[in-house]
Design a protein around this ligand. Sequence first.
Ligand code: TMP
Length: 212
Amino acid sequence: MNATRGRFISLEGGEGAGKSTLLAGLRERLEAHGVDLLLTREPGGTALGEAVRGILLDPAGRGMCAESELLLMFASRAQLVREVIEPALAAGRWVLCDRYVDASYAYQGGGRGQPVERIAGLEAWACQGLKPDLTLLLDLPVATGRARAAGRGEADRIESEADAFFERVRSTYRARAAAEPARFRVIDASAAPADVLQSAWQAVTPLLGSVS
Ligand code: TMP
């Protein structure tokens, strides 16, 4: 089969940044443009990954050490890359992923203090060199995001972290975006949902060149 390889877009952001709303909006627009789209998420997206997600987010799992957390994130990711993302891209489908490897740098690196070289080593091993063509970063002050997320019921294990943790997550995301401006588009997530979608769409449209 000689399908043109699909495009890979990841979506990142802190708690309450509006990822779900943006994902739904992007899906609608991409499909209207004839893109064969696969939507997936991390951690999760495979049977193994969804089971791992349950372990990672379970509020009862308070004793989980940072090393186990990091390895579980990459266990889910290794499976997703091989079972879902790579085959879809090879078949010409586009993949829109709710979080990818930047989240490990932000949460396990910035948030938990795991060394960046350790994460880079796991990335090299687990991700087979797969990088997004585009990463959309929904950026929002921590207090605003947390206030938005507060109405969603019981916080999961990671959502229960202190503000300082999420400040480190945010600054790591922003630093990664500044270091790789060609891959990242930083979007002000405090804007109205329609404006957030429009900004994201402006970043996505150049990728449509390869689609009819
Ligand atoms: P979400 O569905 O709200 O994005 O939940 C996923 C949670 O997992 C979120 O708190 C971010 C966290 N996470 C990490 O800490 N590291 C990772 O590599 C990924 C993919 C997610």
